[in-house]
Design a binder for this molecule. Sequence first.
Ligand SMILES: Nc1ncnc2c1ncn2[C@@H]1O[C@H](COP(=O)(O)OP(=O)(O)OP(=O)(O)O)[C@@H](O)[C@H]1O
Ligand SMILES: [Mg+2]
Length: 515
Amino acid sequence: MDGASSLWSSVNSGIVLSVLAVALNLLWQSLQGLHLQDIFGRYARRHARRFAAIVDPYLTVTLAEYDGGRMRRSQAYKEAQAYLQRATRDARGGVRHLKAEPATKENDDRLVVSMGDNEEVADEFKGATVWWLAYSAPPREENSPFYWGKAARAERRFYRLFFLERDRDLVLGEYLPHVRREGRAAMVKERQRKLFTNISGDSWDADGFYCDSVWSHVLFEHPKTFATLAMDPTKKREIMDDLDAFKNGKDYYKRVGKAWKRGYLLYGPPGTGKSTMIAAMANHLDYDVYDIELTSVRTNTDLRKLFIETTSKSIIVIEDIDCSLDLTGKRKKKKKKNKDEEENNQNNKDGEKKDDEEEKDDDKSGGSKVTLSGVLNFIDGLWSACGGERIIVFTTNHVEKLDPALIRRGRMDRHIEMSYCCLEAFKFLAKIYLDVDAHPLFDDVAALLREVDMTPADVAENLTPKAPGEDADSCLATLVDALRKAKEDALAKKAAKGKRKEAAADDDSDDDDEE
Ligand SMILES: Nc1ncnc2c1ncn2[C@@H]1O[C@H](COP(=O)(O)OP(=O)(O)OP(=O)(O)O)[C@@H](O)[C@H]1O
Ligand SMILES: [Mg+2]
């Protein structure tokens, strides 16, 4: 009898539990359909979820701001944060305690809101509902083995994602990648571009945490765009199309099996706009700029390290490559040395002299031991393919001095000559600087520009009003004067050169007579 009653009661309690489970499940489904958060507010929603979890347990995924005790902020955390900023903004009645921080962009008065601690926000994805909880843990104890660096001493922040077990595949397989993608896109939209340099600075990252990076940076705020860069319009269009093709060429580069990078060589006299062109490129592509001071790089290994620490969507610049290092000389010397060695190493004295010269060379390059082969490897060695989407730009005033291997197609894919100001470029600058399309002095300027070379930098300087009363007339007159003076100087120089040549020829004939 006892056994029968206990069996009866266990059957009974089983039925009761099953009915309760079904009821709760039904209740949960209907509450979801009723947009609960609008009706009962966030408390009811949170408790309903917990209640429902009894019959349909939920799983969690936690994202820590600093995972694995590393010094760097976790990329996944940053992406989730950017994604949730939008979800938080859109969640009406969901989140009650928001955190507000100034937007990272300069001159942006908006506040970026994110979830406060212990706040939850719900999100929908392909018919499934998930919840994100923000929470933080106190800083590590001072005697903890992880208590090192500013990051470890700060409050530790986390996001925890809750989802129903039945949505496991959807969340892990599709939703989380979706969050990362969207978060990344939001970050790119909000990001401030940076100008990096390898000349040692402080070692604190953008968030104020210590990092052992080889780069230091400032915000990139150069205002130059292609719209204000004076050059032949066809050439300019070609360059812009080339850059666009590169930026959108991920699939193309993959298909043809090439690393997603492109090299530009900008050459021309000083003041013709090479550095300005780099700024216009960065603004056009919305890329960061890494400016490498090659003489501060001690070895080829350091150069590789610099490269590995650049991010994609960036322009890596080496200005005045011919002055940075005596790359050409080293290569020639090496060739010569090999030849000498082949000749049975006969003359030891010569060898000593060569070593002395090389040492002198090292002194010239500030003790840097970066070699041509190091730079070639940096441009298109195996390492150069890591990460992708990088543009490498070299500038030089003396293209003829560079080693052909350095600038061959494939390394420097596009050679762009920046030259003296032509009529088209002058008209363009006059429009930008003075807002004039035509002027009686234009003919004089055109005639003079055909006779003398003046850089866009000098033309721009002459067209810049220097005092309150100056206008287009006076600025153009100043430019005409400057061009005339340049013409006179050029003529005087030519005459002096002619005289020197004549004198030299006379000397030669006197010598011949004497002989
Ligand atoms: N093509 C151009 N269009 C508009 N402005 C220009 C142009 N070229 C030069 N300038 C102006 O001249 C100044 C100097 O130019 P920039 O520094 O780009 O010359 P550069 O070719 O890099 O010279 P260097 O070889 O000495 O480094 C810039 O401030 C820029 O405003
Ligand atoms: Mg320059």
